[in-house]
Write a protein that binds this ligand. Structure first.
Ligand code: IMP
Ligand code: MG
Length: 421
C-alpha cells in the first residue's frame, strides 16, 4: 500500500503532524502537496520541541521530504528552518523542493497584511504569511517560481516587472510604503545561492519511488473546511486541501493513491473568522482550550473550540474519500462528565440534516443538534481505552461508517493507540 494521503478533516490543527511523524517511521518519503508557511507543526522529539512550517515533518525522522508543485514557499522561512534543523544536528540534505512551486515574495506578505487591515470587520483572519496573494498571482500567471531562482537574470527581471505593479497597489490602494527593488533582488539572489541545491524534479522522484514499491506519505496542510472550493468560503485558505489535490500538487496520477487517512480531533477548533456551529458556549470553551493547549503554532492566536461535529466530519469523509480516521487528543475530554456530539444540523426552515449544507446561508444559520455521550474521567495511558472512551470512538466510527484506526491519548510522541479496524 505505497501511497497514503493524510488529510485534516476539520479546520486544520487536527494533530496531523504527530500522525505523520508516527507513520513516517515506516515510510520512505514524506511529501507536502499544498499550502506554505501558514501551516505549523509542533513535534516533540526526545523532549525537544520542533516547530516547523515549511519543511515536511518527516525531516525529523531523516526521511526523504518533498515540497511539491502545489505548495508555496517563502524562501526566507525555508532557509531559517534549514538553519534551525542543521544547528540542532538534523540533516536537510533529504529535502527536495519542486521547481514548479511558487515563491512567496515580500509584496505577498505586505498585501496580505494590508488587505486584512482594510477588510476590518470582514477580515478572513489569515495567517498574514502571503499565502492568498501568492496563489492569486499564480492563477493570474504573474507568479515567480522556485525554478526562477536558478537563473539570476530571469529572476531580477521578474521581480522588476512584478514590483512595478505591486508598488502601485501598495501605495495607492493600501496606502503603505512601497518596497525597494534593490533590497528584494539582493536578498533573493543570496537565497537563490543556497536554495539551488534543494531544487529537484519532485514529480519524477515520487513516481520513481512508487514504482520501486516504496512507502509514500502525502501530507495535507490545513484542513478540509479550509479548502478553496469545498470549504467555508471565503473563510478558507487559497489552495485545495482535500485529498484529491495530493495527486495534482505532487504530479502523480490519482490512481496512485491507495489510502486516505483523515485526521480529526475528538472535538473541533478553528482559528480565524467564519461560521462554527458547534462552538462551545460558556466556560467549557476555555476549559477545552486550556486542556488542549489550543493556541496557534504560527500566529499564537487563541483557537475557538467546539464539540465534535459529525455533520462536518461526514462531509470530510465524502469530499476526501477518507478510508480510515485518526481521532486525536481524546485525552483532552477526559475530565468532562458528559460530552455533547453534534449529530445533525437544524436548518433555518426547521428541517434537520445529517449532510453538510450545500448553501452557505443554511450553514451560517444552522443550529447543532447534540447527542450527549458519557464521559470517562480516567486517564487514557493504558493499553486499552476505558469503556466510555471506547464508546465515544465507536459512536464516531459507526456514525460515519469509517473505522477509527488511531487514537491520540496524550501529548507525547508515542501517546497514540492503534485500534484494529
Ligand atoms: P491563510 O491560509 O493564511 O490565507 O489563512 C486563511 C484561513 O486559513 C484563516 O482562517 C487561517 O486561520 C486558516 N489557516 C491557515 N493555515 C492554517 C493552519 O495550518 N491551521 C489552522 N488554520 C489555518
Ligand atoms: Mg497547525
Amino acid at each position: 500500500m505505497p501511497a497514503t494521503v493524510i488529510v485534516g478533516a476539520q479546520w486544520g490543527d487536527e494533530g496531523k503532524g504527530k500522525i505523520v511523524d508516527l507513520l513516517a517511521q515506516d515510510s520512505d518519503l514524506v511529501c507536502r502537496y499544498q499550502g506554505g508557511p501558514n501551516a505549523g507543526h509542533t513535534i516533540v522529539v526526545d523532549g525537544e520541541t520542533f516547530k516547523i512550517r515549511q519543511i515536511p515533518s518527516g525531516v525529523l525522522r531523516g526521511k526523504t521530504c518533498v515540497i511539491g508543485a502545489g505548495c508555496v514557499v517563502d524562501p526566507e522561512v525555508f532557509l531559517t528552518e534549514v538553519d534551525e534543523l542543521e544547528s540542532r544536528g538534523l540533516s536537510t540534505r533529504t529535502v527536495h523542493l519542486s521547481g514548479e512551486a511558487h515563491l512567496i515574495m515580500p509584496w505577498h506578505v505586505a498585501i496580505d497584511q494590508a488587505s486584512e487591515r482594510r477588510l476590518g470587520n470582514l477580515q478572513i483572519g489569515t495567517t498574514k504569511r502571503g499565502i492568498g496573494p501568492c496563489y492569486a498571482d499564480k492563477a493570474a500567471r504573474l507568479g515567480i517560481r522556485v525554478q526562477d531562482l536558478l537563473d539570476p537574470k530571469i529572476l531580477r527581471q521578474k521581480i522588476e516587472v512584478a514590483l512595478a505593479e505591486k508598488n502601485v497597489w501598495l501605495e495607492r490602494v493600501y496606502g503603505v510604503p512601497p518596497l525597494n527593488l534593490e533590497e528584494i533582488a539582493g536578498n533573493l539572489e543570496s537565497f537563490a545561492q543556497r536554495i539551488r541545491s534543494y531544487v529537484s524534479d519532485t514529480s519524477l522522484l515520487v513516481d520513481r519511488a512508487l514504482h520501486e514499491g516504496r512507502e509514500v506519505l502525502l501530507e495535507g496542510a490545513q484542513g478540509t473546511l479550509l479548502d478553496l472550493d469545498h470549504g467555508t468560503y471565503p473563510f478558507v485558505t487559497s489552495s485545495n486541501t482535500v485529498a484529491g489535490n495530493a495527486a495534482t500538487g505532487i504530479g502523480i496520477g490519482p490512481n496512485r493513491i491507495d489510502r486516505v487517512l483523515g485526521v480529526t480531533k475528538a472535538y473541533v477548533t478553528r482559528v480565524g473568522e467564519g461560521p462554527f456551529p458547534t462552538e462551545i458556549e460558556g466556560p467549557d470553551q476555555e476549559r477545552v482550550r486550556d486542556l488542549g493547549g489550543e493556541y496557534g503554532t504560527v500566529t499564537g492566536r487563541t483557537r475557538r473550540c467546539g464539540w465534535l461535529d459529525l455533520v462536518a466530519l461526514r462531509f470530510a469523509v465524502r469530499v476526501n474519500g477518507i478510508t480510515s480516521l485518526a481521532l486525536t487528543k481524546l485525552d483532552v475530554l477526559s475530565s468532562f462528565d458528559e460530552i455533547p456530539v453534534c449529530v445533525r444540523y437544524r436548518l433555518p426552515d426547521r428541517s434537520e440534516t445529517e449532510d453538510f449544507p450545500a448553501h452557505q446561508s443554511d450553514f451560517h444559520h444552522c443550529a447543532p443538534v447534540f447527542e450527549t455521550l458519557a464521559g470517562w474521567n480516567e486517564d487514557l495511558t493504558g493499553s486499552a481505552l476505558p469503556g466510555a472512551a471506547a464508546d465515544y470512538v465507536s459512536f464516531v466510527s459507526d456514525a460515519l461508517d469509517v473505522p477509527v484506526t488511531l487514537v491520540g491519548t496524550g501529548a507525547s510522541r508515542d501517546a497514540v493507540l492503534s485500534l484494529q479496524p
